[in-house]
Design a protein around this ligand. Sequence first.
Ligand code: SF4
Length: 200
Amino acid sequence: MVRELIVKGNTKMGKDGKVWAFNLPAIITCTPTKWCLAKKGKEQNCYALKGNYKFPKVQKSYRERLELSKKDDFVERMIHEIDKRNPTYFRFHSSGDFYSEEYVKKVIEIAENSPDVLFRTTTRRRDLTKIIQELNSLPNFIVRESLDTERTTPKMNLPFAALSQLDIVSKSNSYECKNDCPKCGYYCWGNSVDMHFIEH
Ligand code: SF4
């Protein structure tokens, strides 16, 4: 079983300890679209289904974290670990998504008890819109709705995170992700803007 729930941010987010993250398994926690599952070359489009994310050890740790997130002491453990690591920024779900209303409520409690940390995540869980809007209304939490070639327009009344080729991107003032958070100045953690990604 994993010893710690949270992990240091990945290369894109910066490895200097400013960013920490909590991840869950993809597919079983999100509502994947055809775009997520479609293959480009040998790998699937969703970045949580390729590269290092596919390693059995990594997948096992995500499954364990999913089970730990269902336990009564999850909120307390997360608050304790976040306090110990003292991140400036926190990413929920580089892999995975909200899987239940109860889990979103736990995330709300974690963010409320870590008021000096800026949290962000993306979601495809339209079935949990109401409670996710509540999470997004916290002053230190930004949730964006993921858009792709199957879901091209937002439905959750949240800022969006979209593929760059979508019409909605050219019609909006969407911010282009630089794929390097330290260089970008962690812009999307502090600004509740729509954003878009160039596919790599
Ligand atoms: S917009 Fe900037 S801070 Fe946000 S994910 Fe992209 S590079 Fe990182």
